[in-house]
Design a protein around this ligand. Structure first.
Ligand code: TMP
Length: 215
């Protein structure tokens, strides 16, 4: 049965490299919507459901992680997404809520498709199967130069980098370029912001774009 939702529910996804400042901006945007009396749900990928968090652990903190193939990784991310869409996102949209998602299907297009070099067609098909008809109304890409993103990663309090964070500069350069290509190719869905500006400037830019574009 196809998933359906009321027109007033809106899904906004946030994308970008590690250390791009997504979580800060998601909190600030959530506060803006709350101040306008909108119900807001925030979720993160992979995760956001009990099953999804278990899948996240397999992907990110697996002692056998280095043996995981790119195909397995793609399917695990898709599995976590399929669960999140049906358990949390679609019901929230049906109830007319604003859903802010820290990553969504574009992460698979970029990380598994472009950076891990999996063929674009199967990645797109698997993405479509996982999300059903639930697509983001708008997607914010926070762009930061790779060196900035890696420097911010190093500064983070967490002791050891996880599996994805151990990737090298070439990988993250492909991630960054992948997002830029997507954003430039679909300007009606994407909002591209400069992540080197202050949090305050970025927040104002995102909010003005969303007000202008969220119908
Ligand atoms: P994060 O919590 O910093 O967003 O980490 C999630 C990691 O998983 C990050 O390295 C991006 C990666 N990822 C993918 O490779 N593909 C995906 O589809 C998703 C959702 C995340």
């Amino acid at each position: 049965m196809p998933l359906q939702h009321k027109p007033s529910g809106r899904l906004i996804s946030f994308e970008g490299s590690e250390g791009s400042g997504k979580s800060t901006q998601i909190s600030l945007l959530a506060a803006r919507f709350v101040s306008e009396n909108r119900d807001v749900v925030t979720v993160r990928e992979p995760g956001g459901t009990e099953i999804g968090e278990q899948i996240r652990n397999i992907i990110v903190h697996n002692s056998k992680g280095d043996e995981m193939t790119a195909e397995t990784e793609l399917l695990l991310f898709a599995a976590a997404r399929a669960q999140l869409v049906r358990e949390v996102i679609a019901p929230a949209l049906m109830a007319g809520k604003i859903v802010l998602s820290d990553r969504f299907l574009d992460s698979s297009t970029v990380y598994q498709g472009i950076a891990r070099n999996l063929a674009a067609d199967p990645v797109a098909q698997i993405n479509r199967f996982a999300v059903g008809n639930v697509m983001p109304h708008l997607t914010v890409v926070i762009d930061v130069p790779t060196e900035v993103s890696l420097a911010r990663l190093k500064q983070r309090a967490s002791d050891l980098p996880d599996r994805m964070e151990r990737e090298n500069i070439d990988f993250y350069t492909k991630v960054r370029e992948g997002y830029l290509v997507l954003a430039q190719g679909m300007p009606e869905r994407f909002i591209l912001v400069d992540g080197t500006k202050t949090a305050d400037v970025i927040e104002k830019k995102i909010w003005s774009e969303i007000q202008a574009r969220l119908t």
